[in-house]
Ligand binder design. Sequence first.
Ligand SMILES: NC(=O)C1=CN([C@@H]2O[C@H](COP(=O)(O)OP(=O)(O)OC[C@H]3O[C@@H](n4cnc5c(N)ncnc54)[C@H](O)[C@@H]3O)[C@@H](O)[C@H]2O)C=CC1
Ligand SMILES: O=C(O)[C@H]1O[C@H](OP(=O)(O)OP(=O)(O)OC[C@H]2O[C@@H](n3ccc(=O)[nH]c3=O)[C@H](O)[C@@H]2O)[C@H](O)[C@@H](O)[C@@H]1O
Length: 466
Amino acid sequence: MKVKNICCIGAGYVGSPTMAVVAKQCPYIKITIVDINESRIAAWNSTDLNKLPVFEPGLDGIVKEVRGRNLFFSTNVDKAIDEADMIFISVNTPTKTYGKGKGMAADLKYIELCARQIAKVAKQDKIVVEKSTLPVRTASAIKSILDNTGNGVQFQILSNPEFLAEGTAVQDLLKPDRVLIGGDTSSKEGELAMKALVDIYANWISKERILTTNVWSSELSKLTANAFLAQRVSSINAMSEICEKTGADVKEVSKAIGMDSRIGPKFLNASVGFGGSCFQKDILNLVYIAKSYGLNEVADYWEQVILMNEHQKNRFSDNIVSTLYNTVSGKKITFLGWAFKKDTNDTRESAAIKVADNLLNEQAQVSVYDPKVPEERIYTDLDYLNTRSSDENKSLLTINNDPYKACKDSHAIAILTEWDEFKNYDWKSIYKNMQKPAFVFDGRGLLNKEELKEIGFIYYNIGTGN
Ligand SMILES: NC(=O)C1=CN([C@@H]2O[C@H](COP(=O)(O)OP(=O)(O)OC[C@H]3O[C@@H](n4cnc5c(N)ncnc54)[C@H](O)[C@@H]3O)[C@@H](O)[C@H]2O)C=CC1
Ligand SMILES: O=C(O)[C@H]1O[C@H](OP(=O)(O)OP(=O)(O)OC[C@H]2O[C@@H](n3ccc(=O)[nH]c3=O)[C@H](O)[C@@H]2O)[C@H](O)[C@@H](O)[C@@H]1O
């Protein structure tokens, strides 16, 4: 079967870049991305490419090329489902905030709504692809809903988790390390459905990189990959604290261990803590799954990755307070960066949020500059914590579109995101306009320590003694 019409439910950070790249590489497939969020769809349809809801290097060019050709954004979910041969579900699967599994399990209500809607609308056989990250065995729940509430048509469920990282999404999609497709390997229909999806990717990805497995292995591999990646960050962050106490330098340690080909050099940058919408959520989900099978030691093992990450964020803000003579009350502290990593406007679970909250508890005046994150997003992130009223957050935290103004008169600068532009600032002029002594707390090991010290800054880096 050759797929000619795709519907993708969910126009977020995954659905839209992924489908834009599929549309670019497969001009013969008509793709409609649908979402219930009208303003998000309107923004994807905006003629001003700077207004696209997701900032990703290279994405605007691709959207310009394919939008209106074979890629469409719409709120008409039923129509797109009806017309499609293959439907990708790429909706959010956040941590549950209520009921059983609160704070740990994945909330699958959006997934279930999609399944019920597909079942209601579909009048011909469809292949349904799980693109969202899901707990292992979710495919059986989706299948049960589709088979029991559908119109008697046949559904094949595939798992096709996404491994793109934000900030490099386009490159990751064009040249993935691998594509993973899980399906029903025991039936002819299952094999055919998998082949239909393999054939789409094979338009630009070599067959050796397209891996097919049973559906449970595919679902679990996604959670496993994120757990391993996050574990590496927590591991190097744990070493960073030992480095600070012993005079070792975490960058040198990373380099030394990374040259061992069994360890490898990537993902060994010590930081203020990992953020992003998925690492924490997916590990919590894994911990919940382990606990639900009574595997308490397994659950505790993975939970430690999150606990270490919390510790890293707290110890960063604690260090700011203790270094500034044990009080930051009324002192201006400037945050350079709010996004959870560079080259994205995404702030979900960004370390900056927790660090800001801790400092605001100490009555600091926090001033924020981020090149891509809009002002209202920053306040929404803080308000979501419910630590203090929205008015209080607004009075304690200010946002500035000019980094030099953001830094003026501050006692300390904290680097929360590794945006490249921070390296090229005129640090002499920033120093001149700050309170003295002027401190820099580099949560990303981004700046040139010697240069800053030469200017007069007192400079703290994660993972090096002073
Ligand atoms: N953000 C990332 O880098 C990655 C995310 N993932 C996974 O992909 C999934 C989606 O993540 P994001 O794109 O970041 O989420 P997102 O929150 O940016 O986008 C999800 C979209 O789905 C829409 N939606 C929810 N229910 C709907 C429904 N019933 N009908 C139509 N639209 C609906 C929402 O309005 C939202 O716009 C999650 O499971 C996530 O774990 C996987 C790999 C990378
Ligand atoms: O499922 C997902 O959502 C995605 O999660 C991560 O991608 P992402 O969160 O976009 O970004 P990463 O580059 O993995 O960074 C995550 C966090 O770890 C931090 N990090 C990363 C690497 C490192 O060495 N040190 C470090 O602190 C980053 O600053 C960031 O806050 C994975 O890398 C993707 O493969 C996966 O698809």
